[in-house]
Design a protein around this ligand. Structure first.
Ligand code: GLC
Length: 541
């Protein structure tokens, strides 16, 4: 069986506004990414060794949702550079063996996109039907009860033509009508534009939303909702998302989309942003594995779990749900959720070890290698439209703060005050400081990536859970002769694990433990994770 690059790869997500500012305006840019590529992979053991980067949107945009509102799918926003900078970034990444995955936002455009400007200009404009327009109800209210993810209703009335348009995010993100073949073709052209330029893959934004119920029926009222706890502006929370996403007729479109990718060489990859119950989620692989290569798996990030037993259950459920030949993936942090360090607290290192040793492609969010925490954003500095719509409790700014490179002002991210505040503790938590400290989380991540890269068992091997211990997640990975055992103690207690035979400890989250022979029983410290290999012969050097 042959494996594709994206199966053995570890992906690093870059939120371009926050990675490196090269122009001196407090906002990161593409040139900044170029300057920092060696940190991610310079081909030696000194760098982290990530195989791919996924860059959140850098396309032309009025930035009402920080780039997820695109006004030109085939150009770079001047804030981030231009097409020439992108080409240089792509070449520089490829030179280092780093694949480049870009973000594709097909569900909605910006309201400043020429398509929408034409569409809203009059009811009989040829592009009217490129977006989703409906008459008000008899009493003037919106056409149905759908709410926006950002708060408020999913419809905005356009006074000029007297109709409502649909937007499940901010009003400046009108939703495209994928049932119109011309829209589909235009968005397929955008895919070809970037594939022709040489990108290695796409992460597809809210891909399960592009097709809605043809009749736009009301969603059922959510029977479990506690209205006293729900934010008053959370219209979406009052209903169940039955008709606004995940419709059966999205699948033929994804098959067509996949065919575009399959015509290119180099195993270009599609990763889809998807949620929902496992059985419906798994359908996005396609009946014949002919849709999305990897529907993002957010379960270990989004669903509550504390114990090893709960983590094991989620992993085993996922493994069982994936269709034959489908490839799993795991995510523990991204630009829409809280920081990994905040989510997992003392379990963070063991969680990272789990992410990098399970079967499947891991996606790592920038800064999580340092343990950057959620940053409280003072009210006057709030940027995120979701925080503006649904309150500070739903802020995504908290996990979008600047990368922490060193202890100089603004953490080496920018020469001027950045668009979001830098974490207070940046003077101790930064790349320079952690590079110098052998026991740092950064060095743990580096060693884990190195171990994974050198091990077929860890990068492409099979997975099997080995025990039912409620506190230790013990599993085996193997491929050919290569075998690794991973033991993760998610509890605050010391726990002995029975490994049943002599092994070699290769790496522990407590990085003061060095490589050593283990007799068969190993005592894990609180929250410690460890990777073991065959007795004696193993070497991580
Ligand atoms: C996705 C993105 C999020 C964005 C939304 C609308 O969920 O990850 O950041 O706000 O789609 O495009």
């Amino acid at each position: 069986m042959s494996y594709k690059w994206w199966q053995s790869a570890v992906i690093y997500q870059i939120y371009p506004r926050s990675f490196q500012d090269s122009s001196g305006n407090g906002i990161g840019d593409l040139q900044g990414i170029i300057e920092r590529l060696d940190y991610l992979n310079d081909g030696t053991r000194d760098s982290l060794g990530f195989d791919a980067i996924w860059i959140s949107p850098f396309f032309k945009s009025p930035m009402k949702d920080h780039g997820y509102d695109v006004s030109d799918y085939c150009d770079v926003d001047p804030l981030f550079g231009d097409l020439d900078t992108f080409d240089r970034l792509l070449a520089a990444a490829h030179q280092r063996g780093i694949k480049v995955i870009i973000d594709y936002v097909p569900n909605h455009s910006s309201d400043q996109h020429p398509w929408f400007i034409a569409s809203r200009s009059s009811k009989d404009n040829p592009q009217r039907d490129w977006y989703i327009w409906r008459d008000p109800k008899a009493d003037g209210s919106p056409p149905n009860n759908w709410g926006s993810f950002m708060g408020g209703p999913a419809w905005t009335l356009d006074e000029h033509t007297g109709q409502y348009y649909l937007h499940q995010f901010v009003p400046e993100q009108p939703e495209l009508n994928w049932r119109n073949p011309a829209v589909k073709e235009a968005l397929f052209d955008a895919i070809r534009f970037w594939l022709d330029r040489g990108v290695d893959g796409f992460r597809m934004d809210v891909i399960g939303l592009i097709i809605k119920d043809e009749m736009l029926r009301d969603n059922p009222v959510n029977p479990n909702v506690n209205l006293t706890e729900l934010h008053p502006n959370d219209v979406m929370g009052r209903t169940q998302s039955l008709y606004n996403l995940d419709q059966d007729d999205v699948h033929p479109i994804l098959k067509e989309m996949r065919q575009i990718f399959d015509r290119y060489d180099g195993d270009r990859v599609i990763i889809g942003e998807l949620w929902g119950p496992l059985d419906r989620w798994a359908r996005y692989y396609g009946e014949n594995l002919d849709e999305i290569h990897m529907p993002f798996n957010f379960r270990l990030m989004d669903e509550p779990w504390e114990t090893a037993a709960e983590a094991r259950q989620k992993v085993n459920d996922l493994e069982a749900a994936i269709p034959a030949g489908g490839w799993p993936n795991y995510v523990l942090g991204n630009h829409d959720r809280i920081r990994l360090a905040t989510r997992f607290g003392p379990r963070a290192r063991a969680a990272i070890m789990m992410l990098l040793t399970l079967r499947g492609t891991p996606t790592f969010y920038y800064g999580d290698e340092l343990g950057i925490k959620n940053v409280d954003i003072p009210p006057e500095k709030v940027q995120d439209p979701q925080a503006k719509g649904l309150g500070a409790g739903r802020s995504r700014d908290v996990a979008r703060t600047p990368m922490q490179w060193d202890d100089t002002p603004h953490a080496g991210f920018s020469r001027v005050e950045p668009w979001l505040p830098v974490e207070d503790e940046y003077q101790v938590r930064n790349v320079t400081a952690q590079t110098a400290d052998p026991s740092s989380q950064l060095n743990l991540v580096k060693q884990l990536l190195y171990l994974r890269r050198g091990s077929a068992a860890l990068s492409i091997g099979e997975y099997e859970s080995l025990s039912d211990d409620p506190h230790v997640f013990l599993f085996r990975r193997w491929h050919g002769e290569d075998e690794k055992i991973v033991a993760l103690n998610f509890s605050g207690k010391r726990i002995s694990v029975d490994l049943e035979r002599p092994l070699t400890l290769l790496l522990s989250t407590a990085v003061d433990r060095t490589r050593q022979a283990v007799s068969g029983v190993f005592e894990l410290r609180p929250y410690e994770g460890a990777v073991f290999g065959a007795a004696d012969k193993e070497s991580i050097e």
